[in-house]
Design a protein around this ligand. Structure first.
Ligand code: EPS
Length: 386
């Protein structure tokens, strides 16, 4: 089983990820990991920190001769900003920011002297480590043909109005969009103006991200126990991403408005095995992938750190106060879309390992290729992806 544990503070030496259980023999493409890190730093509306950092991965262990050895992998993204902070004694923070971990974190860990001891770790800078780890796991997933992409379907209340005929077109169009969305030129102008207004007036913006995992083999996850249900596991991973407050699969909350006969994906069988004409379920039935793309949407709240301060209380005097103004992003919906993919990658990899597991990538691929049910359920052979 693959586990990902991160460590590191926003202005400490670096952001660290330890990945255990990575099968041996996986070729590690560092440039791919760095590209994912670059994407995480992208998007209009990011704060000053992104001008300081150019995140790249440093692999400290678990990889020899360009391949994983099966040993724990330690990845580090060094914080350039550490140089600017290491000799500083910043003002302690006693006015917790609403929406952030500050208030409860200070009481929980006994940090009433300074909220920085909370926010340094609660900061979304942590996601740099998660993206590095997720990118490594994505390389494993690729071996099985698994692909994924994310696009923004609502940014600050603006819904992109462009069209795509199919998944391929959606993927291509959103990948080149500066907002990672299916927006028209007018949508882009409208959103740019909204983000500029947010920058001027000191507020922040959230949004909704749709993630599509395709191709994805069927039979991943299980209905047997609650721990095995793939949708529950994906939801857990997604909700662990900073500022994500909700997730819906397939039709999601729209299910409430439909009768059963308009909410299920009828089953057909053809030359390529079983197939569906719809994907209301978002690719998961009974906690298992059904061969259709996994489709889910995640909502990101506006970042709680904002330049126009919010009402709070000074934790020592208990007097009314305004929350501290800390450098931050105005909006990071683009970045969140990259982080979500990183967060779900270990979940998908573990579901694959449960069915086809082994210590070396070659054994796992052999097990996978020998599975006769895959073809019948419509999943192409691995040669299709090579
Ligand atoms: C972030 C780095 C942080 C923040 C942001 C995300 O750096 P700094 O605090 O030095 O500006 O810009 O963190 C938050 C939004 C947050 O709420 O903590 C990053 O690398 O993504």
């Amino acid at each position: 089983m693959i586990t990902v544990t991160t460590a590191g503070e926003s202005h400490g030496r670096g952001m660290i990820a330890t990945i255990t259980g990575m099968p041996a023999g996986l070729e590690v493409d560092t440039s791919f990991i760095n590209e994912e890190l670059r994407l995480r730093q992208s998007g209009f509306g990011r704060g000053g920190r992104m001008k300081i950092e150019t995140d790249t991965v440093d692999i400290l262990s678990g990889v020899m001769g360009g391949k994983t050895t099966g040993a724990p992998v330690v990845l580090v993204v060094w914080n350039k900003d550490w140089e600017n902070w290491k000799d500083k004694t910043p003002q302690p923070i006693h006015t917790p920011r609403p929406g952030h971990a500050d208030l409860i974190g200070m009481y929980k860990y006994g940090h009433l002297d300074d909220a920085r001891k909370v926010l340094e770790r609660a900061s979304a800078r942590e996601t740099a480590a998660r993206v590095a780890a997720g990118a490594l796991v994505k390389l494993f997933l690729r071996q099985f043909g698994v692909g994924m992409f994310s696009h923004v379907v609502n940014w600050g209340g603006i819904v992109p109005s462009g069209k795509a005929e199919d998944l391929e077109e959606l993927k291509t169009k959103t990948a080149v969009s500066p907002f990672r969305w299916l927006g028209t030129q007018e949508d882009d102008v409208q959103l740019t103006a909204l983000i500029e207004k947010a920058m001027r007036e000191g507020f922040t913006l959230g949004g909704i991200i749709e993630t599509i995992v395709h191709p994805i083999p069927p039979m991943l996850g299980s209905y047997q126990t609650q721990e095995q249900k793939l949708d529950a596991r994906l939801a857990c991973a997604v909700l662990s991403v900073q500022a994500i407050k909700g997730i819906e699969f397939g039709l999601g909350f729209e299910y409430a408005n439909r009768p059963g006969k308009e909410a299920m994906d009828a089953i057909y069988y053809g030359e390529k095995g079983y197939y569906r004409k719809t994907n209301y379920a978002g690719g998961i039935e009974g906690g298992m992938t059904n061969g259709n793309p996994i489709v889910f949407r995640s909502v990101m709240k506006p970042i709680p750190t904002q330049m126009s301060p919010l009402e709070t209380v000074h934790i020592h005097t208990k007097e009314k106060a305004l929350s501290v103004k800390e450098r931050s992003d105005v909006t990071a919906v683009y970045a969140a879309s990259v982080v979500i993919e990183a967060a779900i990658s270990p979940v998908l990899a573990n579901a694959l390992l449960e069915r086809y597991g082994g210590d070396h990538i070659d054994r796992i691929l052999e097990n996978f290729q020998r599975d006769p049910a895959l073809g019948e359920l419509g999943y192409p052979g691995l040669s299709h992806f090579r």
